[in-house]
Design a protein around this ligand. Structure first.
Ligand code: NAD
Length: 266
């Protein structure tokens, strides 16, 4: 565990799917104990139940979270960001503000936070809950060197941290942030196919999930081109190339690219 990270107080304004995934990843990996995590949300009773499970502090007001924290993650829906920032704008000024909101970049926060605030726009994804996340970060930020190091030490324990130009943060979000939904659909589809051919559903899901994880690990650890990884599985005249041909005929790659275009508004 990193010394700098273990001594910080981390706050979440909004404690829904994304914030809970981040807190779960930190607590379960031992990167940060729940006693150093503070949260508020729209519904206090619901928050209390979730917070209790993770051992994090539940607060009624965003101001209490900001007061208790060195780092404050803004984890409400993008359209609520201005509304939650406005009452705590001045107290946020001395803290490191981490945005996880889609479509909210450095320039946006320069417009709503107090002058000389320290902030960073990111897009995490839900696999961070099990220590296998991505946090895409905008290269332009105003964290101090110490805050940046603490941020990387802390979240680097449960996610791959990738820095991208602000213009590309939304594309990074489409791929890594939205991607778990697409990957889960592929997993579900392979499960359905397995069931169609007689495999028990849970067996089919486990086979497909381990295959997807292993393929990703193979890429990340060897850097082998995805095309070469595909070729290595396709024996001449074998079974895999028949599946590849069917996917190509049905426009698999084009469909995937269309999905990202749809998010990017092309
Ligand atoms: N879900 C994802 O996979 C994902 C991935 C990347 C980024 N994000 C971003 O994370 C943010 C949250 O998304 P989510 O999926 O967790 O949404 P969610 O609906 O699950 O959670 C939103 C949270 O905000 C709380 N909230 C609402 N009004 C509030 C207020 N006035 N003050 C304090 N809290 C309030 C809600 O009670 C809830 O806890 C969004 O900005 C989204 O763009 C989500």
């Amino acid at each position: 565990m990193a010394d700098t990270a273990s001594s910080i107080e981390l706050g979440f304004i909004g404690f829904g799917n994304m914030a809970q995934a981040m807190a779960q990843g930190l607590v379960n990996s031992g990167a940060l104990s729940g006693e150093h995590i503070h949260a508020c949300a729209g519904h206090f009773d619901k928050l209390q139940a979730t917070a209790e499970k993770l051992g994090v502090h539940a607060h009624r007001e965003a101001a209490e979270v900001v007061e208790a924290s060195d780092f404050v993650v803004l984890a409400v829906k993008p359209y609520l960001i201005e509304q939650v920032v406005e009452p705590v704008r001045e107290t946020l000024a001395g803290k490191a503000v981490i945005s996880v909101a889609a479509g909210r970049d450095f320039a946006f926060y320069e417009g709503i936070l107090a002058p000389n605030s320290h902030h960073l726009s990111t897009i995490p994804n839900t696999p961070i809950a099990v220590g296998a996340g991505v946090v895409a970060c905008e290269q332009r930020h105003s964290l101090t060197d110490e805050q940046l190091q603490t941020f990387e030490n802390l979240f680097g324990q449960i996610a791959l941290i990738e820095w991208v130009d602000g213009k590309l943060l939304s594309t990074a979000s489409s791929i890594a942030g939205c991607g778990p939904a697409f990957a889960a659909m592929f997993l579900e589809a392979l499960g359905d196919a397995g069931v169609k051919h007689g495999l028990p559903r849970q067996t089919a899901y486990r086979l497909a999930a381990q295959m997807m994880m292993g393929t990703s690990k193979l890429y990340l650890e060897t850097g082998t081109h995805p095309g070469a990884m595909k070729d290595a599985v396709c024996s001449p005249g074998g079974t895999t190339i028949k599946g590849v041909a069917a996917l190509e005929k049905d426009g698999f790659r084009g469909t995937v690219i269309d999905a990202i275009d749809a998010i990017e508004g092309e």
